[in-house]
Design a protein around this ligand. Structure first.
Ligand SMILES: *[C@@H]1O[C@H](CO)[C@@H](O)[C@H](O)[C@H]1NC(C)=O
Ligand SMILES: *[C@@H]1O[C@H](CO)[C@@H](O)[C@H](O)[C@H]1NC(C)=O
Ligand SMILES: *[C@@H]1O[C@H](CO)[C@@H](O)[C@H](O)[C@H]1NC(C)=O
Ligand SMILES: *[C@@H]1O[C@H](CO)[C@@H](O)[C@H](O)[C@H]1NC(C)=O
Ligand SMILES: *[C@@H]1O[C@H](CO)[C@@H](O)[C@H](O)[C@H]1NC(C)=O
Ligand SMILES: *[C@@H]1O[C@H](CO)[C@@H](O)[C@H](O)[C@H]1NC(C)=O
Ligand SMILES: *[C@@H]1O[C@H](CO)[C@@H](O)[C@H](O)[C@H]1NC(C)=O
Ligand SMILES: *[C@@H]1O[C@H](CO)[C@@H](O)[C@H](O)[C@H]1NC(C)=O
Ligand SMILES: *[C@@H]1O[C@H](CO)[C@@H](O)[C@H](O)[C@H]1NC(C)=O
Ligand SMILES: *[C@@H]1O[C@H](CO)[C@@H](O)[C@H](O)[C@H]1NC(C)=O
Length: 618
């Protein structure tokens, strides 16, 4: 006789002034934790399986060797040392040569708990940034599989494996995360002559998809936190010193980013003018634009305009059960090709990489992995930076407001270019790296500041081309579009009851082309999520709530395709269509499907609300 009633607790952490506008932009403060009632369950129902929609990893036709790296129960881990394990490469895998390596994070949890950000590192190199799913009384289970083949050289050596997941457990928040982390090694396929089958990810000899050495650009253990750097404000710069061998011919910096607390919903932050004019306190500001800037010895080498990941407790937690938000279980990392700058780094001396975030409020967790390709034919390569252009941001802001209502539009553009040559045994290769960005955000405030509509799009293009004097070596070109549309409204129902409504559309699109001299390949990904949710709040008690989510994922690759159209409502999958044929699809943009029948609050449950700052805990 399990009770299906929900208990919502919104923890009040950011202390609101007893201001009449205390309800303003609740999206920032509302960290609604759906707390399932802790009634004893007589017939133990199976745990609910949560998942992130993504294409399956392409695997070779070989039997993997599995390697359990860590089994741990994350109870009260907040502010404690990351959980460590000694890693050694598998010895029981006969072949010793792998064509695919997959990390699996598998976890269960039962009870009440917040979404927790976590990181997984091997030898200080980050392998996975993720967010936990929020449990229910009847238990949940989820797993994340990530292709970690690009970390190959690291996986062949003994290392310290570490996981930081800052969880808090007490009488109310009972959820302990039971986690197994395993790595699956898929031996390379051999042909009839017993030769290894060429990995189709290889670009050209010497430019294959994994590096020879990966240098961590993260904090060193011991720590009572993650190995990431913490950026607290717009003036903060995190610096990390490093040194590289003298025979590097290619360098790619892979950056991991996540945003929390006052910047968790940075795309909804109003301008400081608006905050000042309305005497608001406790409303995170600095406007809705953020940019992660990466520098090398103080000079800008690249930027990241991040995808707006919504964590599993964000906006309305009921939206993300069981279909989690795009990227929330496997946050995207971003590559910046810094090969043009190698000329400056090949001197065997110490250099530094810096991270800062334009307009940042607390807190951003950032670190990076420096992937280096070494020239095995020579002890020394040489190079020179020929050109470097980092144009300043072009920002245009327009706004009009009267009291708490108004319209705001922000657009920003930027280009970062670099060209440099490196002479190695592959020849004198000139690399040209370009990043082009465009951002637009339109924000509407209405209903005396209780209603907010944000419509934001980021266009993030990067391309790299490497040329010998007389021929092309390879080129990569990625064109990304990150979109978010967020409608939220709080309506007083009288009697101290508020109805909170939030609709969200989240889009992650990427077109990628590779040209490696002998072949051209193109892939495209369209990933779009729509969600509609409501919560009825009375005296901080949420008396009912519902979340419905629809997602269409469409990947078209050179050799394979994947399509999924799935929708859920109130924890239940309503429709699910999966396809993996490469026929051309007529992509209709997804609308709000349930507009006619979208149910408004009808049932009662006993729910309480509190506010919680999720990453810092209580
Ligand atoms: C972790 O592995 C142990 C031992 O194989 C197993 O009993 C447990 O159920 C696993 N837990 C998860 C979350 O997969
Ligand atoms: C790696 O770790 C294994 C297991 O602890 C140990 O037997 C081996 O000697 C280590 N290898 C090196 C090179 O340290
Ligand atoms: C903000 O505070 C100032 C000074 O206390 C006051 O003059 C002004 O009327 C206030 N504005 C609003 C919108 O409350
Ligand atoms: C490599 O090529 C660049 C551009 O063509 C040229 O400026 C440079 O001198 C060459 N370097 C060497 C060592 O030949
Ligand atoms: C990014 O590339 C796309 C497709 O090539 C192009 O339409 C768009 O204008 C580019 N955006 C920027 C900011 O350069
Ligand atoms: C969001 O803005 C884009 C232009 O940037 C526009 O094409 C789109 O229709 C807007 N979406 C909504 C739902 O208003
Ligand atoms: C206000 O609450 C009381 C008691 O819960 C209820 O009887 C009454 O109908 C409510 N009024 C409104 C307008 O919701
Ligand atoms: C996805 O499924 C829904 C419901 O079955 C359907 O209405 C919609 O047209 C589908 N969308 C696509 C792109 O196939
Ligand atoms: C959600 O499903 C539960 C049963 O699992 C049901 O009791 C509840 O009324 C549903 N909520 C809504 C709003 O339909
Ligand atoms: C929010 O979604 C619901 C359900 O699809 C729809 O009825 C409503 O019009 C949406 N509101 C906005 C402002 O997009």
């Amino acid at each position: 006789m399990a009770s299906s009633e929900f208990l919502f607790l919104l923890l009040l952490l950011l202390h609101h002034s007893p201001f009449s506008t205390a309800n303003l932009h609740k999206i920032h403060h509302l960290r609604p934790e759906i707390l399932t009632q802790q009634t004893p369950i007589e017939d133990d129902p199976p745990p609910t399986q949560y998942f992130q929609v993504t294409k399956p990893i392409e695997l070779p036709n070989t039997k993997p060797c599995s390697h359990l790296i860590l089994q741990h129960d994350f109870g009260y881990t907040y502010g404690k040392s990351p959980v460590l394990a000694a890693y050694s490469p598998p010895s029981h895998c006969s072949s010793g040569k792998y064509s695919k390596i997959v990390l699996q994070w598998k976890a269960t949890c039962k009870g009440r708990q917040f979404d927790r950000i976590f990181g997984v590192w091997l030898g200080g190199v980050e392998l996975l940034r993720s967010c936990t799913a929020e449990p229910r009384a009847t238990g949940i289970v989820w797993s994340v599989e990530k292709d970690i083949t690009r970390y190959y050289p690291l996986l062949l050596k003994n290392q310290t494996f570490s996981v930081y997941l800052g969880n808090l457990v007490d009488k109310t928040y009972t959820g302990v995360y039971h986690v197994n982390v395993s790595i699956y090694f898929y031996p390379a396929e051999v042909d009839s002559k017993n030769n290894y089958v060429q990995n189709h990810d290889d670009l050209v000899t010497g430019y294959n998809s994994w590096a020879d050495l990966i240098v961590p650009i993260s904090r060193k253990l011991p720590l009572n936190d993650g190995l990431w750097f913490e950026i607290e404000n717009s003036k903060d710069t995190a610096l990390k010193e490093f040194k590289i061998p003298k025979n590097v011919y290619r360098a790619v910096l892979e950056v991991y980013v996540s945003f929390h607390e006052n910047d968790e919903f940075w795309c909804t932050n109003p301008s400081n003018e608006y905050i000042a004019a309305n005497n608001l306190s406790g409303t995170p500001g600095n406007g809705p634009f953020r940019e992660v800037v990466v520098s090398l010895d103080g000079e800008v080498v690249g930027a990241i305009w991040p995808f707006t990941v919504i964590y599993t407790g964000g906006v309305n937690p009921l939206l993300w059960r069981p279909i989690t938000g795009i990227g929330s279980f496997d946050l995207p990392s971003y590559d910046i090709d810094i090969t043009p700058f190698l000329g400056k780094l090949l001197d065997g001396k110490i250099h530094n990489i810096g991270f800062s975030v334009t307009n940042a409020l607390n807190v951003w967790y950032i670190d990076a992995n420096l992937h280096l390709w070494l020239d095995k034919q020579s002890e020394k390569t040489e190079g020179k930076l020929l050109k470097e252009t980092s144009l300043p941001l072009v920002v245009s802001v327009e706004y009009k407001f009267n009291g708490l209502d108004g319209t705001f539009s922000t657009s920003v553009g930027r280009s970062i270019l670099s060209t440099g040559w490196v002479k190695s045994s592959y020849g004198n290769i000139t690399t040209h790296s370009v990043q082009d960005f465009f951002y637009s955000n339109s924000m509407v405030m209405g209903n005396n500041g209780e209603m907010q509509i944000v419509n934001q799009t980021i266009y993030f293009n990067d391309s790299v081309s490497a040329k010998l004097p007389s021929s092309n070596v390879y080129s990569l070109s990625s064109s990304k579009r990150f979109s978010i549309y967020l409608y939220s409204n709080y309506m007083s129902q009288g009697n101290g009851t508020d109805l909170s409504i939030a609709n969200v559309t989240l889009g992650f699109n990427e077109e990628l082309s590779k040209d490696a001299g002998f072949g051209f390949s193109k892939t495209s990904l369209d990933n779009l999520q729509n969600g509609q949710g409501y919560m009825v709040v009375k005296d901080n008690l949420v008396s009912s709530g519902l979340g419905s989510t629809q997602q269409v994922y469409s990947y078209i690759g050179a050799k394979s395709c994947y399509f999924r159209n799935v929708s859920s409502s109130n924890y239940t999958i309503i429709s699910d269509e999966v396809g993996n044929t490469c026929q051309k699809r007529t992509e209709s943009r997804m609308g709000f499907w349930f507009s006619k029948s979208w149910p408004f609050p009808s049932r009662k449950a006993f729910l309480t609300s509190e506010f919680l700052d999720k990453s810092k805990g209580v």
